[in-house]
Design a protein. Structure first.
Length: 682
């Protein structure tokens, strides 16, 4: 176990390479076996399989740790239950040793490690490209170098290009740079020569790593990064000079990444290379950007639109400033050209004057030469030898003047050509200025439209805030009214309970009174009926006797008998009156009970009826416009026809015959009542 402890250092390999040029590689540690933590499981060293049966083994190994550093491998051997005890466990430990060696060979295989690194880099490239496209489309504007997802994309691409890169040996040591293969892209795609030349001309780049980073940014701005990467991957015979055989650019993962880069053509990016330090940047992948919670809520749609409008406004203002500066520069150039044009015109006038003077001198010289020739013909031969020298001098002067004239004519032609070019340039500048002014007018109009849109949005926002405030106030008032109505209902319920109790007490008293005096009342009623019959009989007899009085011979009957009979009748009448008074008392008590019940019902049932009417009017739509009831739009009941209407359809009030104060009526009843009132004379 001690001899296998030094091998763990061999399996420590870094996923990424050094970023800068000139960094020396770390020396590989000495080849030594890895360190394993081993323990026997069930049926370990003291257990063996039954004779004639193969032992069933199951081994578990811990995965390698992060960044390629292997964790101590934990192995457990699960064998069969011991059939019979043995003194030694040589067979089980031999299997364990073989399996350990096999696992060590598998984990130390460089192809296995490189394949894992390729897969990890490809997955990171997928996440980076997907996140960049989604965030750029949501942002909706041109990206710059400070955008975090774009920076992480370049870091991932840098790691992909550095994977499996061969190290170049120099007198300073060994270095790795991906600028070499990128520099060769212009041989396969001529359009890449422009960005390669631009990268070489940048003054701030001193290392190949910085040039490679600048090349990636310019290719993305040109929207041809995927095309260049495909062209580079297809030339694997050239890539073999820079990469190992199992590098990402040499395998199919490189082609997959090149295909994923096509989606970046929808992104607009703008980078300023001047002043940006690309040589000393540290390429570290930020995994926190890809581990965010996917259920995070987005901003509201209205805020996003306002942000986009503000971005457009800022962009238009910046473009307006640039156009104003361009117009000022062009105006300055036009002024300079006008000054130079006037200067050239003056010089042309001077040259024309000079040409005229030279022509006059040439005519004079011709006349003098002709005069000399004529004079030479007349003189003698002796004088010819003396005047020959003067003639040659005159001819030489004539040639010089002719050559000078030719030079002046050439200069004049050059000045005329320059003037025509200046006039053409002036026309082109005037046309460019007109176009710029038209574009400036259009941009100003767009700016005014954006300002008007912003003002309209601010008005809408204020109106919506005011509506929300009014609705909240209305809601608070409704809540107060609801609380008041609840208190009123509670108070009415208490009153109803009290009145019900009083009614029950009165009904109980009435029942007891009926039980107590019912028989007496009935007997009294019977007696009253009998007395009334007797009284009627007596009155009938009295009438008959009065009718018989005039025919009687001996006068009227005895007054005593009549007086006694009259007293009996009065007694029966008094008894009848007393019984009537008892009955009236009972009827009055009953009437008081009924009156209390009617008062209670009149005080309770209107409130309940109003609540039922309000509930029914909330559930019923308007009979005119068929609009449903809401919190903001309540329904009213027409006091004339009893229908349910909304606020707009029942906004009128008129005095009705059933009420003194004006009551709310619907529009139809209002028109009908107005016509009726106008038709009636009073």
């Amino acid at each position: 176990m001690e001899s296998s402890g030094g091998r763990s250092a061999q399996r420590r390999e870094a996923v990424g390479e050094a970023d800068g040029e000139g960094e020396e590689e770390e020396e590989a540690p000495p080849d030594s076996p890895p360190f394993f933590l081993l323990y026997p499981g069930r049926g370990g060293g003291a257990a063996t399989a039954a004779p004639g049966a193969q032992p069933q083994s199951a081994w578990r190994a811990a995965p390698p740790g992060p960044r390629g550093d292997p964790l101590p491998v934990l192995l457990s051997y699960i064998g069969p239950e011991p059939a019979q005890p043995r003194t030694g466990g040589a067979h089980s430990w031999e299997d364990l040793t073989d399996l350990v060696e096999q696992l060590r060979d598998d984990t130390e295989d460089p192809n296995y490690v490189m394949a894992n690194e390729r897969m990890n880099l490809m997955n990171m490239a997928k996440l980076s490209i997907k996140g960049l496209i989604e965030s750029a489309l949501n942002l909706g504007r041109t990206l710059d170098s400070d955008y975090a997802p774009l920076q992480q994309f370049f870091v991932v691409m840098e790691h992909c290009l550095k994977h499996g890169l061969k190290a170049k040996k120099t007198f300073l040591g060994q270095n790795k740079s991906f600028w070499g293969p990128l520099e060769l892209v212009e041989k396969f795609v001529p359009e890449a020569g422009e960005i390669t030349a631009s990268v070489k001309d940048l003054p701030g780049l001193k290392t190949p790593v910085g040039r490679g980073r600048a090349w990636l940014r310019l290719a993305l701005m040109q929207k041809k990064l995927s095309e260049y990467m495909k062209a580079l991957i297809n030339r694997r015979e050239i890539l073999s000079e820079f990469y190992e055989a199992n590098a990402l650019m040499m395998e199919e993962e490189g082609a997959i990444i090149a295909g994923l880069l096509v989606g970046l053509n929808v992104i607009d990016a703008n980078f300023c290379m001047k002043g940006e330090d690309l040589d000393s940047q540290v390429g570290v992948i930020d995994f926190s950007m890809y581990l965010k919670d996917g259920s995070s809520s987005k901003g509201s749609e209205g805020d996003g639109q306002i942000t986009a409008i503000l971005d457009q406004k800022n962009y238009v203002e910046e473009l307006n400033r640039h156009l104003s500066a361009t117009v000022n520069n062009l105006q300055a150039k036009v002024d300079a050209l006008e000054k130079s044009n006037t200067k050239l015109t003056e010089e042309l006038a001077v040259a024309n004057n000079r040409i005229i003077t030279l022509q006059e001198e040439m005519e004079r010289v011709k006349e003098e030469s002709s005069y000399i020739l004529e004079s030479n013909r007349k003189v003698n031969k002796q004088d010819r030898t003396a005047d020959g020298h003067a003639l040659t001098e005159a001819r030489k002067q004539l040639k010089e003047e002719t050559q000078l004239r030719l030079d002046v004519e050439k200069e004049l032609e050059m000045q005329i050509g320059m003037r025509q070019e200046m006039e053409l340039a002036m026309k082109m500048l005037e046309k460019d200025v007109c176009e710029k002014q038209d574009a400036l007018v259009v941009l100003r109009q767009q700016l005014d439209d954006l300002r008007a849109l912003k003002l309209e949005l601010s008005f809408k926002l204020q109106s919506s805030d005011l509506g929300v405030k009014q609705k909240s106030e209305l809601n608070s008032r409704l809540e107060e009214k609801t609380s008041q109505m609840a208190a009123t209902i509670k108070l009415l319920e208490q009153r109803l309970q009290l009145s019900e109790r009083e009614c029950q007490c009165l009904q109980e008293d009435n029942r007891l009174f009926k039980e107590e005096f019912g028989d007496k009342i009935n007997s009294l009623q019977v007696e009253v009926e009998q007395l009334t019959k007797q009284r009627g009989q007596l009155e009938a007899e009295l009438r008959r006797e009065r009718e018989q009085w005039p025919h009687l011979p001996h006068g009227v009957p005895d007054n005593k008998s009549l007086f006694s009979r009259n007293k009996g009748i009065q007694k029966t009448g008094s008894k009848i009156d007393s019984s009537d008074r008892h009955l009236e008392g009972d009827s009055q008590s009953r009437a008081s009970v009924k009156e209390n019940n009617t008062v209670l019902s009149s005080s309770v049932f209107p409130v309940l009826r109003d609540e039922q009417e309000q509930a029914s009017e909330k559930s019923k739509p308007c009979q005119l416009c068929q609009e449903e009831s809401t919190r903001s739009k309540r329904k009213n009941i027409c006091k004339n026809c009893g229908g349910v209407f909304c606020e707009d359809c029942s906004a009128n009030e008129l005095p009705l015959p059933s009420s003194i104060k004006p009551e709310r009526v619907c529009n139809f009843c209002h028109e009908h009542l107005i016509q009726q009132y106008s038709a009636s004379p009073s």
